[in-house]
Design a protein around this ligand. Structure first.
Ligand code: GLN
Length: 492
């Protein structure tokens, strides 16, 4: 018999709990949708996680949902750079605000639709995914739901805040240099960047195509496995998508860490690492040892070159990818231009924000003749060295543990220069350069959310999730408690 009061708190439940409840007939997809919609209406004015949100369409989809499907009737929020047929897709930019409606589904959207998920709103992000705080969104400000005077991280800050704020159980984000893992770490949720090629990039607005991946942001490791299962696998429309069937990511979740060799790269624990981050990681490392894991100190010697390498390659690719925004094919078009050149120039001048312009200038510079070899070609070579560091490390260890971010979430508006923001990704960027899977799992023992990064070899997401599951069990699941505290003290 459905419980009429259940809908009140369904937005607090994880995907797995909701799925079980649906199967048992305890509530319906409409109950879930209503609960999440009510949570958004009540709290999102202060959080700012969503850019757009169509309650009627969500309820209509919930009424039609087929709960026999793997994600049947379960709401998932989408970062606003992933195309969903008929929905806006602004990329947090004025360029696409009010001027673009997706004419098709991205590969991941099609897979989620086939798995029965309900698309639950579009989440805020740094403009075109360039940033680490979501402060670069041209459209809205997002706060960290756990500590509302702080950034949620970025660029998938809206997705992280929606999940951490218990507005929705899961979201998709994109990660080019850390944009799933870093906001997950800052908001105390789970964020997984899959191996390059594991998940289709078709229909995701490209930032740096050789680095971008789409992945789940959830409140539990089991939920990340569930969503990854739905979105992984070959897509003929993305030539970089690998023609491999996804293994069962949930099957080995509870296999523990006994006998596994876990590497701590000394370069990631160098000076400059916040003491609270260091302490939280140390506490978990001790617990993992007690569980039977063997901890090994390793070296990834080219780590210090990763940020510089990334800030040549990512802007180079971005400057090319963003050339499609010309005022003619998509989005904003300048009024009454004198000629075609001024139409291009003025549309781009008016439509793009400062960080996007900075990246385009940087990227155009490093690709220009005379500088190409000195910067772009050199950076490609260093990328290979960074990838080899990981290959050599994985000959010695099964997985690598590191911080996700060198500090907990900083205060909103406290960033004094772009370089400071660039350094927020010092621990996550190398993983994108190497194309590896990695996850952020929340740690206990800290006043602010802090994530542990786990990195495993290419295509070994099942092992990644298995270790993450143990880390989750070893850390008190504190998110729900924190959210109640945050709500009490900050009145949202
Ligand atoms: N913060 C990094 C950047 O600004 C990474 C962003 C991302 O992963 N999308 O480029």
């Amino acid at each position: 018999m459905p419980n009429p009061h259940a809908a009140m708190s369904l937005h607090n439940q994880t995907l797995s709990q909701l799925r079980d409840g649906l199967k048992q007939g305890s509530f319906t997809p409409v109950d879930i949708a209503e609960s999440c919609i009510a949570a958004v209406r009540q709290h999102d004015e202060s959080i700012g996680a969503f850019l757009s949100f169509d309650a009627e369409a969500i309820l209509a989809a919930a009424r039609q949902a087929d709960i026999s499907l793997p994600l049947g009737g379960l709401p998932i929020a989408m970062k606003d750079n992933i195309n969903v047929l008929g929905q806006p897709c602004t990329c947090g930019s004025k360029f696409l605000e009010n001027t673009y409606t997706s004419p098709y589904d991205a590969g991941v959207s099609r897979k989620l639709r086939e798995a029965g998920a309900i698309f639950f709103g579009r989440t805020n992000m740094d403009e075109f995914a360039m940033g680490s705080s979501t402060e670069n969104s041209a459209l809205c400000r997002t706060v960290n739901p756990i500590a509302p005077d702080r950034i949620p991280g970025g660029s998938s800050g809206g997705s992280a805040a929606a999940v951490a704020g218990h507005l929705v159980p899961a979201a998709l984000g994109s990660d080019t240099g850390g944009s799933i893992r870093q906001p997950a770490s800052h908001c105390g949720i789970v964020g997984l960047k899959p191996s390059y090629g594991r998940v289709s990039r078709y229909g995701v607005v490209a930032f740096a195509s050789s680095l971008d991946q789409i992945g789940p942001m959830t409140r539990s490791v089991a939920d990340a496995a569930l969503v990854l299962q739905a979105i992984a696998g070959h897509d003929a429309q993305d030539s970089t998508s690998l023609p491999l069937a996804a293994p069962d990511f949930s099957a080995t979740l509870h296999h523990g860490v006994k006998g596994l060799r876990l590497g701590l790269p000394k370069e990631y624990f160098a000076e400059g690492l916040d003491s609270a981050v260091r302490a939280a990681i140390n506490a978990t490392v001790e617990k993992l040892t007690a569980e039977g894991a063997e901890i090994v100190e390793i070296s990834l010697p080219h780590t210090s070159y990763a940020v510089a390498t990334y800030y040549i390659l990512a802007p180079a690719e971005a400057s090319s990818n963003l050339s499609r925004f010309d005022g003619i094919r998509y989005g904003h078009r300048a009024n009454a231009p004198a000629d075609i050149l001024s139409l291009y120039e003025r549309s781009r001048e008016e439509g793009f924000g400062p960080e996007v312009k900075r990246r385009i200038i940087l990227g155009t510079y490093v690709l220009s003749s005379g500088y190409y070899d000195a910067y772009y070609t050199k950076a490609q070579k260093v990328r290979t060295l960074i990838r080899r560091d990981f290959d050599e490390a994985f000959a010695k260890v099964d997985a690598i543990l590191s911080p996700v971010a060198p500090t907990p979430a900083r205060l909103i508006g406290s960033c004094s220069n772009p370089l400071e923001d660039f350094m927020a990704d010092v621990c996550t960027i190398p993983v994108n350069l190497a194309g590896l899977p990695a996850i952020s799992v929340p740690l206990a023992d800290a006043a602010l959310p802090i994530g542990l990064q786990i990195i495993t070899p290419h295509l070994s997401e099942a092992l990644l999730l298995q270790i993450a599951q143990t880390v989750e069990q070893l850390n008190v699941w504190w998110s729900s408690a924190m959210i109640i505290l945050a709500r009490k003290s900050r009145k949202w």
